[in-house]
Ligand binder design. Structure first.
Ligand SMILES: Nc1nc2c(ncn2[C@@H]2O[C@H](COP(=O)(O)OP(=O)(O)OP(=O)(O)O)[C@@H](O)[C@H]2O)c(=O)[nH]1
Length: 357
């Protein structure tokens, strides 16, 4: 979906004045390369999983081959790797190619910074984890995350935690009109687990999901429930600020366990990518049209009927989206369309507001 947006890996060095040699001569073919998935990145060292769920499954540590230059390798990337791919202690393989990315989650450092960074590749959905209280939910953060996911070509799931402390109804009403699936969880009072996590488990099974949330919302509690044994540190919410300590530090892809009853042939367990490093999205690279493309129904109306240069905002003269609401065949449809349009406009404004999360 969406247009392809250029990023830092599209930058090509200028050909030398002595002319260019055919690429094939510059680059070895690496016919013996193996395919792996990047599960963690740490200061120039990449952790890869090879032969996932196959007989030779192994974890390999690799570095980037010089020929990749400034191309960034990120969590979730599929890469070709050569050299010592045994995975034995102390060995170091070489990443020689980055596979084409199905989706690319990006962010800028802030709205005034045009430099984009790819955060995670090939994820299917963004799971926005928001506490219903302690800390209070921030819709600006959710809106911006929804925009970032849609622009990335990813689906969105909103996971509302701590339902024992406050009702999820208001947030549900805000986000369901956008087509965002809402899952509600709460810790069992006796500490025996998290209610609602089964629904979340079903929603992440077989997919690659990025978990995003501010410190203290209960993200590590969820990750530990989904992927037992990973030992993601859980922190404590500060009684004064209502915010948590930043107890987790580096982004990592965690594989879901094999479900009870085993995997169907050809099925994947799925991954959750925990991203403690991302607390906000700058959206400087996002155009209104990028947001619109995520709403097929609105996009069709806008493309056909909006005046040239229409901002699609509430104060836009003759925006056809208002007419589309008015033309609804009945009250229920009108209400649904109005809610969807209002949500869309909120996202467009969240993009433009420059609000820091
Ligand atoms: N009341 C209530 N508290 C919860 C719930 N889930 C988690 N908590 C508590 O909230 C605090 C923060 O939970 P974490 O799982 O560490 O939160 P986190 O989002 O991973 O935060 P960082 O580790 O700081 O990134 C802990 O004290 C948890 O015990 C819940 O459903 N209800």
């Amino acid at each position: 979906m969406g247009r392809r947006v250029l990023d830092e890996s599209d930058v090509r060095s200028r050909p030398s004045r002595r002319g260019t040699r055919p690429r094939t001569k510059q680059r070895p073919a690496h016919e013996d390369a193996l395919d792996g998935m990047v599960t963690a990145v740490d200061r120039g060292r990449y952790t890869l999983l090879l032969d996932e769920d196959g007989p030779d499954e192994r974890t390999v540590v690799a570095m980037k081959a010089r020929e990749l230059n400034r191309d960034r390798v990120v969590c979730g990337d599929r890469v070709d790797v050569v050299g010592d791919t045994s995975g034995d202690e102390g060995t170091l393989a070489r990443i020689v190619r980055i596979g084409e990315r199905r989706t690319v989650l990006r962010r800028t450092a802030d709205d005034t910074d045009p430099y984009e960074r790819i955060v995670v590749a090939n994820a299917d959905q963004l799971v926005i984890v928001t506490a219903l209280a302690q800390p209070e939910p921030r819709t600006g953060f959710i809106d911006r995350s929804v925009v970032a996911a849609y622009v990335a070509g990813m689906g969105v799931l909103l996971c509302l935690t701590k339902a024992d402390l406050a009702s999820p109804d208001e947030l549900r009403d805000l986000y369901e009109p956008l087509g965002v699936r809402v899952v509600v969880t709460q810790r069992q009072p006796d500490g025996s687990g998290v209610a609602g996590v089964d629904v979340l488990r079903e929603a992440v099974a077989g997919r690659v999901s990025v978990l995003l949330g501010h410190s203290g919302v209960g993200k590590s509690t969820l990750v530990n429930a989904l992927v037992p044994g990973t030992g993601r540190a859980t922190g404590h919410v500060n009684d004064v600020t209502g915010r948590g300590r930043h107890t987790s530090t580096s982004a990592v892809a965690l594989r879901l366990p094999v479900p009870d009853g085993g995997l169907a042939p050809g099925a994947h367990r799925g991954w959750v990518i925990d991203t403690p490093g991302i607390r906000s999205f700058g959206l400087a690279h996002v155009e209104v049209e990028d947001v619109l493309h995520a709403f097929e129904d609105l996009d069709a109306v806008a493309v056909e009927r909006c005046p040239r240069g229409c901002t699609h905002l509430a104060d836009a003269p003759d925006c056809a989206l208002d007419a589309w609401v008015d033309e609804a065949p009945d009250d229920v449809t009108r209400e649904a369309r109005a809610a969807r349009l209002a949500s869309f406009r909120r996202l467009v404004e969240a993009r433009a507001s420059g609000e820091r999360d």
